[in-house]
Ligand binder design. Structure first.
Ligand SMILES: NC(=O)C1=CN([C@@H]2O[C@H](COP(=O)(O)OP(=O)(O)OC[C@H]3O[C@@H](n4cnc5c(N)ncnc54)[C@H](O)[C@@H]3O)[C@@H](O)[C@H]2O)[C@@H](O)CC1
Ligand SMILES: Nc1ncnc2c1ncn2[C@@H]1O[C@H](COP(=O)(O)OP(=O)(O)O)[C@@H](O)[C@H]1O
Ligand SMILES: [K+]
Length: 503
């Protein structure tokens, strides 16, 4: 599935119309008929529906929806919230078809008038403003939105809740707070931001027959789904041996933090790693080894001094390395030497990100992929921005940072945004609030480590890893646990069930 900005959506429509030869009127017919079909399955004929239409093509969708609902015997009325002359083109065409049905059309100019009418209805279909909204919401639409939000009725938005911008980085002035949104063709960027996602309510994407070539013409971001994992997940070879399933190392764990490295190692093993070596300080080895008997151990030397040649030899045998879980914030020497002396992918997480920040000013020479996995707080630290600024612009800040430093960025949150050094982006929206606990990030690092050792394409490996992590939490909360009691260790155990659905 794709994720689009408003500009990309217009480009996709243009391509479908000009190159695909599908007229805009037909796309609008498809959009309206698809939404109407969903509405007839979700609501009953006892519920009275008010379709509110504005001046643009979003309003055009509204006329089509109303026509199909009426055809199916639903009690539906259209309220036109703009002057007649504002309705043009494809929307005017579909308004004409609605008028031909001889069902009523009321033109409303006053918010109070709308309020009085709405008393007689159960459901509002919001087709007032779509992705063409620009600037401050003008009167009288502004007041209409207030009336709708205060109505207490069920609000179903078409494509996007009216007034909400499609793109990140735009202040929300005034918008409908929908209970449900039927998104046309592809989710818009604001579906994935903390502040704006709440306006959508539940959402569902309507396929309106736009050819895939139209999407590919503008190379939009991807939303990673099970079918993408199934198409890209490496198959186990019948004659596989532990070497062919990848050798990986997790480096971290101060004396007071054995848990994080243990979680990463166990998650890496549960994700199918051939061999995992835990590199940690002497005090941790018996603790971690007692709970992770499948791993081998490397005594980490040179923590406070230089890089030991024993370390270098061990690191160079690996297919991928994860660094930083519970390692403490002192001394970036080891990370620098690790990055410069290895040719395998290196993933940097947790405290390791503080070491990496120290290295940003000096040039670290590296040809192999480097992956960083910050949460929003760590990303704010790395980019010298506030968390609030990041939450408003996570896509553009991640992209700029990944391109500038030539790294893969996994920006973790409810929606995890994965960015390649060339700017390509994938979103993983799996998971739930049960993951908002200490240790789940360490589990993710272990899963990603294994994916990195087994997949040629780093971006896809990372997207698959995030899918496994989030889906494990979803299955566990559906069947066994709750978001309250779920622990990081459960997420490791839950991986078995996710893998079974992939074979
Ligand atoms: N071929 C297409 O282009 C298709 C478009 N579709 C629908 O068309 C929508 C986009 O259509 P449009 O580009 O006409 O955009 P809109 O439907 O969002 O309408 C834009 C109009 O809204 C008004 N407006 C904009 N900003 C405003 C503000 N701040 N305050 C008050 N009024 C404001 C202006 O009159 C502007 O011309 C999509 O969201 C989707 O619902 C679908 O029908 C599928 C096909
Ligand atoms: N509300 C949420 N919904 C979905 N996933 C979440 C949520 N909160 C956290 N996560 C996921 O949980 C993990 C937390 O990682 P992190 O904050 O690094 O934890 P820690 O460092 O304590 O192990 C990330 O993968 C993140 O995407
Ligand atoms: K709308």
């Amino acid at each position: 599935m794709y994720i689009v900005t408003a500009e990309e959506m217009y480009e996709i429509d243009r391509y479908a119309i000009e190159k695909g030869g599908i007229e805009g009127k037909i796309l609008m017919e498809n959009a309206g008929s698809q939404v109407a079909q969903q509405l007839t399955q979700t609501f009953t004929k006892r519920e009275k529906m008010a379709v509110l239409v504005g001046s643009g093509n979003n309003g055009g969708d509204g006329f089509v929806i109303a026509r199909y609902l009426a055809e199916k015997g639903f009690d539906v009325t259209v309220f036109q919230l703009v002057a007649d002359e504002k309705i043009k083109g494809d929307a005017a065409f579909h308004k004409h078809l609605w008028l031909n049905t001889s069902h009523p059309l009321y033109q409303i100019t006053e918010p109070l008038e709308l309020k009085q009418h709405l008393c007689a209805y159960d459901i509002i279909i919001d087709a007032i403003l779509g992705i063409g909204v620009l600037g401050e919401i003008r009167e009288p639409i502004r007041s209409f939105i207030n009336v709708i939000n205060q109505s207490g009725l069920v609000k179903v938005a078409i494509d996007i809740p009216s007034g909400l911008p499609a793109n990140e980085g735009i202040h929300v002035d005034k918008a409908i707070k929908a209970d449900l949104t039927y998104i046309i063709d592809a989710p818009k960027t604001t579906v994935f931001l903390e502040d704006t996602s709440r306006y959508y309510g539940k959402w569902q994407v309507m396929n309106i027959g736009i050819p895939d070539a139209a999407h590919q013409s503008c190379n939009p971001n991807h939303l990673w789904r099970k079918k993408d994992v199934l198409a890209s997940f490496p198959k186990r070879d019948l004659y596989a041996h532990k070497g062919s399933n990848g050798k990986g190392m997790v480096i971290g764990g101060q004396a007071l933090m054995p848990g994080s490295i243990l979680l990463s190692a166990r998650a890496a093993l549960r994700s199918g790693a051939g061999l995992i070596t835990v590199a940690t300080v002497r005090e941790n080895i018996p603790i971690v080894a007692s709970q992770c008997v499948e791993a081998t151990y490397h005594l980490l030397e040179g923590f406070s001094g230089g890089f030991q040649s024993r370390n270098r030899e061990a690191f160079q045998q690996m297919d991928a390395i994860a660094f930083g879980m519970g390692i403490g914030r002192q001394n970036a020497t080891m990370l620098r030497e690790l990055l410069e002396s290895t040719t395998c992918p290196v993933l940097i997480d947790a405290d390791g990100l503080y070491h990496w920040k120290d290295l940003l000013r000096s040039q670290v020479k590296r040809d192999a992929p480097t992956v960083i996995t910050p949460h929003f707080g760590e990303m704010a630290m790395l980019t010298d921005r506030s968390v609030a600024e990041l939450k408003q612009n996570p896509f553009s800040i991640s992209r700029q940072f990944a391109q500038q430093h030539q790294v893969y960025v996994v920006l973790k949150g409810k929606n995890t945004i994965i960015t390649a050094p060339d700017g390509e982006q994938i979103v993983s929206d799996q998971g739930n609030a049960g993951l908002a606990k200490g240790g789940t990030g360490d589990v993710l690092s272990g899963i990603l480590l294994t994916m990195l050792m087994q997949h040629q394409n780093v971006l896809i490996a990372l997207a698959n890893g995030c899918y496994l992590h989030g889906t494990s939490a979803e299955y566990l909360v559906e069947e066994k646990h709750s978001e309250i009691d779920l622990l990081a260790t459960d997420v490791i155990e839950g991986l078995s069930q996710v893998f079974r659905t992939l074979s």
